[in-house]
Design a protein around this ligand. Structure first.
Ligand SMILES: C[S@@+](CC[C@H](N)C(=O)[O-])C[C@H]1O[C@@H](n2cnc3c(N)ncnc32)[C@H](O)[C@@H]1O
Length: 185
């Protein structure tokens, strides 16, 4: 409950940039992380983790020697993420637009999975394309990128960049959400 109140409060302060009034439901979280091959994933990237509802689920299941890079522009959410206190989690208080720059900094060539809740509906079109291209570039051959959205607006754009894009949906979220599962191969 505390997490929901905090989320709403950030929405009221930062408005549309947060992209939602409440954290994702457990049904949506499950759809976002289900495609992850836990055994073979060393490096996972999360974009727009908010106060960590998906992050915690990833950390619960991720390998002990794994690494999770989380990009979040909201400083208050970053404090919550740091408070999780897991040494596998690297919190980056910066925009997902700088994905390539940080991967170079952390000497990461490929990510096994990218999990994104970025609110593309409110991100400029060119930035949206550039983030999608950066994700495609970093994703390993067998890697999977999951993205949820509250509309189908990104579907065609994703299909133009990734070789395979599967569409899923859950009505059990506020608001109901579409989940795109994208692969390079
Ligand atoms: C819809 S919320 C999702 C939060 C959480 N992952 C969940 O599922 O409940 C989107 C999050 O993306 C963050 N965000 C928005 N634009 C971003 C950007 N360019 N780079 C990184 N994070 C961003 C917002 O601050 C917000 O925390």
């Amino acid at each position: 409950m505390k997490k929901k109140v905090e989320f709403l409060s950030e929405f009221l302060k930062k408005g549309r940039k947060v992209g939602s009034v409440t954290p994702s439901s457990r049904f949506l979280v499950k759809k976002m992380v289900d495609p992850i091959d836990w055994e073979h994933s060393n490096c996972i990237i999360e974009l727009g983790p908010g106060n960590g509802v998906i992050t915690r689920e990833i950390l619960k299941k991720m390998r002990k020697d794994g690494k999770l890079l989380a990009f979040e522009i909201n400083e208050s959410f970053c404090e919550d993420l740091r408070a999780i206190g897991d040494e596998r989690l690297i919190v980056i208080n910066d925009s997902a637009e700088k994905l390539a720059e940080y991967l170079e900094k952390y000497q990461i060539a490929k990510a096994d999975h990218v999990v994104s809740s970025l609110p593309f509906a409110i991100i400029p079109r060119e930035t949206e394309y550039s983030i999608m291209r950066a994700i495609a570039k970093v994703l390993s051959r067998k890697g999977v990128y999951t993205q949820f959205q509250y509309s189908l607006a990104s579907y065609r754009k994703l299909k133009g960049i990734f070789k395979s894009v599967k569409l899923n949906f859950t009505p059990y979220n506020i608001p109901p959400a579409f989940v795109f599962t994208c692969r390079n191969a």
